[in-house]
Design a protein around this ligand. Structure first.
Ligand SMILES: *[C@@H]1O[C@H](CO)[C@@H](O)[C@H](O)[C@H]1NC(C)=O
Ligand SMILES: *[C@@H]1O[C@H](CO)[C@@H](O)[C@H](O)[C@H]1NC(C)=O
Ligand SMILES: *[C@@H]1O[C@H](CO)[C@@H](O)[C@H](O)[C@H]1NC(C)=O
Ligand SMILES: *[C@@H]1O[C@H](CO)[C@@H](O)[C@H](O)[C@H]1NC(C)=O
Ligand SMILES: *[C@@H]1O[C@H](CO)[C@@H](O)[C@H](O)[C@H]1NC(C)=O
Ligand SMILES: *[C@@H]1O[C@H](CO)[C@@H](O)[C@H](O)[C@H]1NC(C)=O
Ligand SMILES: *[C@@H]1O[C@H](CO)[C@@H](O)[C@H](O)[C@H]1NC(C)=O
Ligand SMILES: *[C@@H]1O[C@H](CO)[C@@H](O)[C@H](O)[C@H]1NC(C)=O
Length: 463
């Protein structure tokens, strides 16, 4: 459904939007995806050799960086020409990572932090990225590369391992490591390999170990690892962000006893069932961001619509009720704004054409839609506080989104009108805020990995 009323009649000033953000985003997305195979030969103990002098240099660089960023933001909110001219610089600066480890080490995870503790990635058969093959039905692809998995919303097991492997603080000596990264690809496993060994779908690694056997092999290797034995997983991290869980397949899972990047807030709780108990005390579980699938973004000057919600409505499923409400309510008031698509439809170009993208719950509170929206350069409209609670807490979500009430039609109308009445300056500020965090939302950038590791280290009291 496209509500195609005249955008010229809008009184809210949205049509005047001009901003460098679309341009900048294009730059980020154009950056080609490279695949690993590059052994990290560039490990630098940059932050460990001479901590005191490094810290001063790092701090200075970080202050300079913040000052320049402030100037850019100032320019952006006052002078569109200047903002446009500086946008390539802003992106370049945002991807230049500097470090801000402080004396206390308790600083908020931020744009300019590089994770600084040495970590080890198991390089035995726990690494499921080696010699891996996927079978879907009869045909197989050599590696995820060709399978389409890398655009999948739960593919952060792949992406985080990819960044881990090239990280400057990766150590090849487990004795030096403060943290251990377990390179099992549990989302790949949950997507392709969960169906049992006689299934037509298979996920195999290491020359033919597949599905349940692959999982059992990983459990065995952890059990045998002296590093795992030393800590019972207390200093181990695994990505387990798929909604489907391997837990039920393995009694007394060692993987389950690691810290994890989890699916929303569904983490193993002691007391669930005997075999899922975490015997050695708490572990840290940080929810996954989801992997986004952006549309090419129109520049803000070119945006043709105000709102988009591209989502299945499933009217008979009570979890989806708010989605139908939003689409019905939007349709009734279309004379004041335009909607590219609400409901079933193609995400692109509809999301790229919209200034705001709704994030409304479906099966669960979260989805890749929030990342899709942010990466596409639309401002997300969150519709429940629960949607924020199931996200990593190291992003100030209220700075990069607006909230729209969906508790009633009247509440919806009121909050929508308040969004439409936002000044152009404020909207630009919002977009600047989003662009500051863009590398965090972009799974192809290393920053997401750094922020996760930083938060694990904080919560595990390693600083
Ligand atoms: C940004 O700059 C480019 C080239 O300098 C120009 O073509 C484009 O129209 C500008 N965009 C805006 C939104 O001002
Ligand atoms: C905007 O910025 C450009 C480039 O920095 C500058 O030449 C121009 O004078 C500025 N315009 C205003 C109104 O400040
Ligand atoms: C695998 O099967 C799918 C459909 O089931 C097909 O689209 C694809 O082309 C096949 N790939 C190969 C390599 O045969
Ligand atoms: C991914 O595909 C490219 C080109 O098809 C290939 O060169 C590369 O080796 C593949 N990467 C992996 C990890 O298989
Ligand atoms: C991966 O496969 C190649 C070619 O079959 C083999 O030489 C290599 O030893 C394998 N590596 C691992 C770690 O299994
Ligand atoms: C904006 O629209 C103009 C005219 O349709 C087009 O030439 C230009 O490429 C568009 N720019 C972006 C960034 O989409
Ligand atoms: C359209 O929105 C404006 C605020 O931007 C509001 O004052 C006006 O009443 C709305 N018109 C209708 C018909 O809803
Ligand atoms: C932008 O982020 C800052 C914090 O960095 C926050 O104070 C401000 O309210 C945000 N602006 C908007 C429009 O959300």
């Amino acid at each position: 459904m496209t509500l195609n009323t005249s955008s010229k009649e809008r009184t809210n000033g949205l049509s005047k939007i001009k901003f460098f953000f679309g341009l900048a985003l294009g730059f980020v997305i154009m950056q080609s995806v490279v695949f690993w195979g590059v052994r990290s030969s560039s490990r630098q103990l940059l932050f460990r050799t001479d901590p005191s002098s490094d810290r001063i240099k790092i701090k200075a660089a970080s202050l300079r960086f913040e000052e320049e960023l402030r100037q850019i933001e100032h320019a952006a909110s006052n002078n569109i020409t200047a903002a446009n001219q500086s946008s390539p610089w802003l992106i370049a600066a945002a991807s230049t990572t500097t470090s801000t480890k402080t004396e206390e080490g308790q600083q908020e995870a931020s744009l300019d932090s590089v994770f600084q503790l040495p970590f080890y990635i198991y390089d035995n058969e726990l690494d499921w990225s080696v010699n891996a093959t996927i079978f879907r039905g009869a045909n197989h692809s050599e590696w995820l590369n060709q399978s389409g998995f890398l655009n999948y919303k739960h593919s952060d097991d792949y992406w985080l391992l990819y960044h881990a492997k090239q990280h400057p603080m990766r150590t090849f000596n487990p004795r030096e490591a403060d943290l251990f990264f377990v390179p099992t690809l549990l989302s790949v496993w949950n997507f392709y390999g969960f169906q049992g060994d006689d299934s037509q779908n298979k996920f195999c690694a290491h020359n033919g170990i597949c599905n349940l056997q692959l999982l059992k092999r990983a459990e065995q290797l952890l059990l045998e690892s002296k590093w795992y034995q030393r800590s019972q997983g207390r200093d181990h991290i695994v990505v387990d962000s798929h909604w489907r869980k391997h837990w039920k397949q393995i009694s007394g899972s060692r993987l389950l006893n690691c810290n994890s990047i989890s699916f929303e807030n569904r983490v193993p709780k002691s007391g669930n069932a005997k075999q899922y108990q975490v015997p050695t005390g708490g572990r840290v579980h940080i929810p996954s961001f989801y992997v986004g699938r952006p549309c090419p973004s129109s520049s803000h000057a070119n945006k043709t619509h105000d709102f988009a919600l591209i989502a299945s409505l499933k009217p008979n499923n009570p979890n989806f009720r708010d989605r139908s409400h939003v689409c019905n309510w939007l349709r009734q008031r279309h004379h004041n704004y335009t909607v590219s698509v609400c409901g079933q439809g193609n995400q692109c170009p509809a999301l790229g054409q919209a200034r705001f993208g709704f994030h409304v719950r479906g099966d669960t509170w979260g989805s890749n839609r929030l990342m899709d929206t942010l990466l596409t350069g639309a401002i997300p409209l969150v519709t429940s506080a629960e949607q924020i609670k199931i996200l990593p807490d190291f992003v100030p979500w209220e700075d990069v989104s607006y909230t729209v009430k969906v508790s009633s039609e009247a509440a919806f109308d009121a909050s929508l009108q308040s969004i439409l009445q936002k000044s152009e300056q404020e909207l630009q500020e919002k977009r600047t805020n989003i662009s500051k965090h863009m590398d965090t939302f972009n799974h192809k950038k290393r920053q997401q990995f750094d922020l996760y590791m930083h938060r694990f280290a904080q919560k595990l009291n390693l600083y």
